[in-house]
Design a protein around this ligand. Sequence first.
Ligand SMILES: [Fe+2]
Length: 262
Amino acid sequence: MLVKATIEGSTLDSQVDARLRRLEERLVAEQDRVLPGVVHECVERARSRFASARVRTFVPILVERVVRSQLGTVTAPTEAWAWRTAKRLLSGELPRRWAHTQGVAGRARQIAWMFGPGDRDVLVAAAWLHDIGYAETVAGTGFHQLDGARYLVAQGVSWRVCALVARHSGAAAVAELVGLSGELAVFEDECGPVRDALWYCDMTTGPDGRPVSFADRLAELRARRGPDHPAVRALATNEADRAAAVHRTEELLCAGQRRAWR
Ligand SMILES: [Fe+2]
């Protein structure tokens, strides 16, 4: 038993080593103004910070976050960048998903007036990027929220946008069903009005990008995916959360409109 656990532990360590080596190579290739030795030192220093992490598979992603922040490469994505990225990944390969994404981003732009400039930009960028995890070049685990977020981390996108993408529209309940809760836990759910607004935009936009009611969106999801799909099975847990996010956003919109009319 002990021998088996030791072998599994050392296999995991060598997988983490390999991922860190690939991370370092990628960072060196991206950082044409930073010497490779500096990148190496940053990676090693960050790695030592997480030496006692209980879940070792998280270490590369935590190291990447720290190193990118140290190298000044973590950036808030502009809407233009988010749009270009989503278009490049989705429009050719998944035109219907691209139509949906355009609808979600359009809705986000319509309601973004509720927020200050920083939150507004975050919401619209996350709306453009929320479903990129479906693209073949991005998909890894097949859990699109997590795959999309990991891709964005690798692009140096601000952590908040990555986390919004990772957690959007009841991702936690799906993660439970597909055994990826531990991986998703790296990305915190900010549970605030911007997160609710992203869920609202997604939950009130159909697959063809047209506005739909929340009830129709869920009915369509059930019909399209079938009862065995994790996203449908997860509704037993996350339907109420999704409905609450939609409701809170509608309340905010109404309150904002009432203030504007006064
Ligand atoms: Fe979506």
